[in-house]
Design a protein around this ligand. Structure first.
Ligand code: BGC
Length: 518
């Protein structure tokens, strides 16, 4: 194969570095370690990659407005106006996915692109046409679309009309929006999820106030309005009821003829007790209850977990008997877990501690250090650590609690800083290769222990707009040069491809490295 000299040199340097750092070969771990039909994929979300924020009649969403009015709240002042320009380059991105050998691509639909001003405005046919083109392009390459209806962004109009997720009126809006998507795309989409990480975004929006609409109260932060002890629970209540009504509609009117499935995606850290005292063991359990059970218990059992009802007390809204029935009758077909990290949990009921992390409402303090030692390797996020066994513990927890429910790992990935311009260093992401290999190993172990895990998606296919971190942190298998929009495969892309296609490329990499060595 003819390779341009510059590329060839870069590959050689990367390969030489790879030998020094000895990333795991893909040949050791492979598809054979996962059940037949297991879906391997990569994930993105609309606001983080699409750009084209004003194109073709798209309406403004909460993130468009927030990044423009609160640029100081984003590390580099960045926004998603252009991002990866995926709206115009989606065919190139589909080719990249195809070349990697993935079975599925997880992406989200921009609500404001489909309904620029919500239910009261018209449907934007250009928005529908874009997602039709994307879905068709994926299917032509044999890639299953795995579609998220809501990944943090809502039409700005809904924020101004009734306070977004704080207003009960949003339930009807979400059902209307999801119905349009089922009707327009459901003939070709086999995998739907209603929400991405409602348990994370409500905390970021209403406990810490770092996401729009920037609401919080002390000790969590100083925002101009908000109530960190109450608002996250009002929002989550509206989200749960929106979810249940949308699932009900899908199951009643679409599922039988379209043959798809529907689930919800929850963010899930693994909480390890800081010490083996009963108090810390209970604190770790309680933190999980406030993280995962908060959303999944109502869906599976019809109500919030008991410790939440006791601690949050009158600030936690109550479900009516009818709502409980709606929730339980419309169980999800699968649970999506986004898992990145683990952390230690310390009790704050019996011993006083600072309650300013978002686990504060659970009376839990989290820390990465036990006896001075960090729980795992560092990443670009100072609260995310590399603890591969955590994915096994997280999956087993969900498997045990929500029995017989299929699980997809809808996100897992490693963040690196973007503080270097040296291409070789940006591309030589040995740490990401190690991270993916080790997390996948523990995932296969959870499957051997009986968990019904059916798919795994790397976050992310390309570097993208990382919310409040802007473009300062990178998660991509592909490096993106945001000046030129060039996508450049990292070592992890080659590794994932080898993993998926069975080592053909890995042999090539070794030959290159020997050459670089001699
Ligand atoms: C979100 C993604 C985000 C990723 C890395 C998840 O919480 O779903 O949008 O980019 O984590 O921070």
């Amino acid at each position: 194969m003819a390779v341009a000299p510059a590329t060839c040199a870069a590959v050689a340097v990367v390969a030489a570095l790879a030998v020094l750092a000895a990333p795991p070969g893909a040949c050791g771990l492979g598809r054979d370690d996962f059940p037949p039909g297991f879906l391997f994929g990569a994930a993105t979300s609309a606001y983080q990659i699409e750009g084209a924020y004003l194109d073709d009649n798209k309406g403004l969403n909460n993130w468009d407005v927030f990044t423009h009015t609160h640029a100081g709240k984003i590390s580099d002042g960045g926004n998603g106006d252009i991002a990866d320009d995926h709206y115009h380059r989606y065919t190139e991105d589909v080719d990249i996915l195809h070349n990697l050998g993935v079975d599925s691509y997880r992406f989200s639909i921009s609500w404001a692109r489909v309904l620029p001003s919500g239910r009261l405005g018209g449907v934007n046919s250009a928005g529908i046409a874009f997602y039709n083109r994307l879905i068709d392009a994926l299917l032509q390459k044999g890639i299953q679309p795995f579609v998220t209806l809501n990944h943090f962004d809502i039409p700005h109009e809904l924020e101004t009309r009734f306070g977004g997720w704080l207003g009960a009126a949003i339930q009807e809006e979400f059902v209307y929006y999801s119905d349009i998507c089922f009707r327009a795309f459901g003939d070709r989409v086999r995998f739907w999820t209603t929400f991405n990480e409602p348990n994370l975004f409500t905390r970021f929006q209403f406990v810490l106030g770092v996401y729009p609409p920037n609401h919080c109260s002390p000790p969590f932060g100083n925002c101009s309005s908000g109530d960190s002890g109450r608002e996250p629970y009002i929002a989550s209540h509206n989200i749960l009821l929106s979810h249940a009504a949308a699932v009900h509609n899908y199951k009643a009117n679409y599922q039988a003829k379209q043959g798809g499935s529907i689930g919800i995606v929850i963010a899930m850290k693994w909480y390890e007790p800081l010490t083996n005292t009963t108090e810390d063991v209970r604190a770790a359990r309680r933190a999980q209850s406030f993280e995962v059970d908060w959303f999944l218990d109502p869906i599976f059992f019809g109500d919030y977990p008991r410790d939440m009802r006791e601690i949050i007390s009158s600030n936690l809204p109550k479900f009516t008997p009818q709502e409980k029935k709606l929730l339980q009758m419309n169980k999800v077909d699968f649970i999506g877990i986004n898992h990145y990290t683990s952390i230690y949990a310390k009790d704050c009921i019996y011993s006083p501690c600072k309650l300013d992390t978002y686990e504060g409402n659970a009376l839990v303090y989290t820390t990465a250090r036990r006896n001075g030692k960090q729980i795992g390797g560092s990443t670009a996020f100072d609260t995310y650590f590399v603890v591969p066994k955590g994915i096994e513990s997280a999956v087993m927890y969900v498997h045990d609690r929500y029995k017989n429910t299929a699980i997809y790992i809808t996100e897992n990935g490693y963040s690196q800083h973007s503080d270097t311009n040296i291409k070789e260093l940006i591309i030589n992401d040995v740490e990401r290769v190690n991270y993916l290999h080790d997390y996948l190993s523990y995932l296969s172990s959870a499957i051997r222990k009986g968990a019904d895990v059916r798919g795994y998606f790397v976050w992310s296919i390309v570097d993208n707009f990382e919310w409040t971190f802007g473009y300062t942190v990178k998660f991509g298998l592909y490096h993106v040069d945001f000046d030129t929009q060039e996508r450049i495969p990292r070592m992890s892309a080659t590794w994932y491809k080898d993993f998926l296609t069975g080592c053909r490329q890995a042999d090539g990499l070794q030959v290159q490295s020997r050459r670089a060595d001699s």
